[in-house]
Every structure is written in structure tokens, then in C-alpha cells.
Ligand binder design. Structure first.
Ligand code: FAD
Length: 303
């Protein structure tokens, strides 16, 4: 049953027509709890508030599966404005970007040019840029882009998904690169990805421990308290330096635990999406946690 619900919401997240329509609706279905407004000013306000509480942030300008060049160009300009804002306002913040937002599905060379422009500004202002990992059809290309740029732009990284069989092998080439470790948010085939929660969790814990023992920085991105508690014990036991990792969670999820971890002295970063293109992001969150449906029902029946 859980898999049927998950497949249903993942199916909705991939529906281009609904994604396009939702941009015109404004926030609906309770999405505003998980998305920090539609513009740079609204997201900046949220970042400043979290920074005041010792929490660093990463901003995601929502949008993916872009198929028109003008939209990718507009997204690039918006990302550059965000980086400038981070610099001017001295925010403790970096950016997360999906390469399809910058035109990966349109034309690879066009996308590479867009990325380069964003990375040039990020380098000038010393702002870290993380390439979010999308579904498996974009995996190889995202890795290629990372390897293409990582020597010229040291302040870049990407995401490794523990549901992929190849995750451990791919991490072997990334011992010098900042990585966000996640379980993986998409529906992937049995030929490439573990399907059971036990295997995905086991792989996550193993990869996290290996990374923590290595040299490069790792963002441990999960809301799973079982995993967080196990890794907290590992970190204490192995005396892992706090400069080598952070915990990450999504804006609007387990907010109390986010503050608790920061108060306990763990480096913590909140991933903050903003923008009008919220539908696919929100549907994936419903796929992971159908309990969020309560919000949807409230929105439908009480507004
Ligand atoms: P789950 O397996 O969803 O939950 C495990 C357990 O934790 C649950 O059974 C429950 O007991 C508890 N729990 C979880 N959420 C809650 C809650 N809200 N309230 C109470 N208890 C809860 N995926 C990608 O594919 N690419 C990316 O680039 C990417 N970036 C991400 C960035 C961040 C910062 C985070 C946090 C996730 C990202 N993801 C990304 C999504 C990720 O892959 C998972 O799909 C998502 O995080 C759900 O898995 P989980 O590890 O949080 O725990």
C-alpha cells in the first residue's frame, strides 16, 4: 500500500501539465509550510531568522524539467541575484541547484554555459554551489558536469543517493569533494536501486560512516532520527571533528529537531526552497511522507 501511494505522488510530480498549472495557482494544498515564499525577499527573511539561531541554510530556487530556453535563462539570472544577495547581506548560506533548471533537458552546451556563469559569480563571492541530484536519467550528466568543473571551481559539490547500488563506487572518486548524502527521492528501477527501506538505510549509514572517517565535508541529509542517533554516537565515539560534517533537513520538516540539533552544538543546515514552481517538490514530499496529506485535506476542506 505504501508503495502504491508513493508511486501515485511520484507520478503526479512528473506530470508537466499539473506542474505548469500549479505555477498559476499560487501556493495551494498546504505547500507554503514547506516553501519559503515566492521571491528572494521572502526567502532572505527566513534565512536571516535561521542564521540568528545558529543554523546555516541552502537556498533552492524551485524549478526542474525546464524545456524552454527563456525560462532557463531567467532561472540563471535569479540564481545570480541570490548569490549576490548572500554576499551583500553576509548570509550564512549556499545554493542548491537542479541542472534541469538551467537547461540540461534542452541543450547540454547551453546548460554548461549557464552553469559556468553562475559558478563565476559564486567563485567571486565565495559561495558554495551544490548540484542537487535528480532522477536516474539525469545522474550521469550531473556527475559529468561536476567532474568537468570541480578542478576550476573548488566550491562545488553534489548529492549521493544511498538507494543507488553504485553510490559507494561513485563516492570513491569524490574523496576531495563536498557531498550531501541522502536516501533518494525518486522512483528508480530495481536494476539500479535498492527498493527496501532496510537496504537503503543500511547503505546510508555505511556510506555516512565511511565519509565521516575520510577528509572531505559531508552533509548528512535525513529526517530519520534512528539514523541521526546512530551517527551521533559514531561521531562521539570516533571523535569526528565538527568542521567535517553537518546535518541537513528540509524547511518545514521536524523543525523542533532542527533547532535541538543546532542547540546541542551540531553544525546544522536547513534546505530552503522558494518560488512558484512548487508542485513537483511538494508531491515528492507527499510521496515520502503521506502523513503530510493532513495538510492537503485541511487546505481543501477549510479554505
Ligand atoms: P524517511 O525514510 O522518509 O523517514 C524515516 C523515518 O524518519 C520515518 O519513518 C519517521 O519515523 C521519521 N520521519 C521522517 N520525516 C519525519 C517528519 N517530518 N516528522 C516526524 N518523523 C519523521 N533527494 C534526492 O534524490 N536528491 C536530492 O538532491 C535531495 N536533496 C535533499 C536535501 C535535503 C536537505 C534532504 C533532507 C533531503 C533531500 N532529498 C534529496 C530527499 C531524500 O532523498 C529523501 O527522499 C527524504 O529526505 C526522505 O528520507 P529521510 O531520510 O528524511 O527519511
Amino acid at each position: 500500500m505504501a508503495n502504491v501511494t508513493r508511486d501515485f505522488f511520484i507520478g503526479l510530480s512528473n506530470n508537466k501539465c499539473l506542474n505548469d498549472q500549479a505555477k498559476k495557482w499560487g501556493f495551494r494544498l498546504g505547500a507554503e509550510k514547506f516553501v519559503a515564499g515566492t521571491n528572494i525577499e521572502s526567502v532572505t527573511k527566513v534565512v536571516k531568522d535561521l542564521n540568528r539561531n545558529g543554523i546555516s541554510c541552502t537556498i533552492d530556487n524551485l524549478g526542474e524539467y525546464i524545456s524552454v530556453k527563456s525560462e532557463a535563462t531567467a532561472a540563471k539570472q535569479e540564481l545570480i541575484k541570490i548569490i549576490e544577495k548572500i554576499h551583500v547581506e553576509k548570509l550564512d548560506c549556499h545554493i542548491s541547484v537542479k541542472l534541469t533548471l538551467l537547461g540540461l533537458d534542452i541543450d547540454r552546451a547551453f546548460c554548461i554555459d549557464n552553469i559556468k556563469e553562475v559558478l563565476d559569480v559564486a567563485k567571486e563571492y565565495n559561495v558554495f554551489v551544490n548540484f542537487d541530484m535528480e532522477d536516474y536519467s539525469h545522474y550521469e550528466q550531473t556527475m559529468e558536469v561536476l567532474h568537468l568543473f570541480k578542478d576550476t571551481y573548488p566550491l562545488i559539490g553534489t548529492v549521493i543517493q544511498s538507494y543507488l547500488y553504485r553510490a559507494a563506487d561513485d563516492l570513491e572518486g569524490l574523496e576531495d569533494t563536498r557531498i550531501r548524502l541522502v536516501k533518494g527521492a525518486y522512483k528508480e528501477a530495481e536494476s539500479v536501486a535498492y527498493q527496501s527501506k532496510e537496504e537503503i538505510d543500511r547503505n546510508f549509514i555505511q556510506l555516512a560512516k565511511e565519509r565521516l572517517l575520510g577528509d572531505a565535508f559531508t552533509s548528512i541529509a535525513t529526517h530519520d532520527h534512528h539514523i541521526i542517533n546512530e551517527l551521533k554516537m559514531f561521531i562521539a565515539d570516533k571523535k569526528i571533528d565538527k568542521s567535517k560534517f553537518e546535518f541537513q533537513m528540509l524547511y518545514g520538516f521536524r523543525t523542533e529537531m532542527q533547532y535541538e540539533l543546532a542547540e546541542e552544538g551540531y553544525p546544522f543546515c536547513t534546505y530552503i526552497p522558494f518560488g512558484t514552481d512548487w508542485f513537483a517538490y511538494f508531491m515528492r514530499r507527499l510521496a515520502e511522507r503521506p502523513q503530510n496529506m493532513n495538510l492537503v485535506l485541511k487546505d481543501v476542506f477549510y479554505t
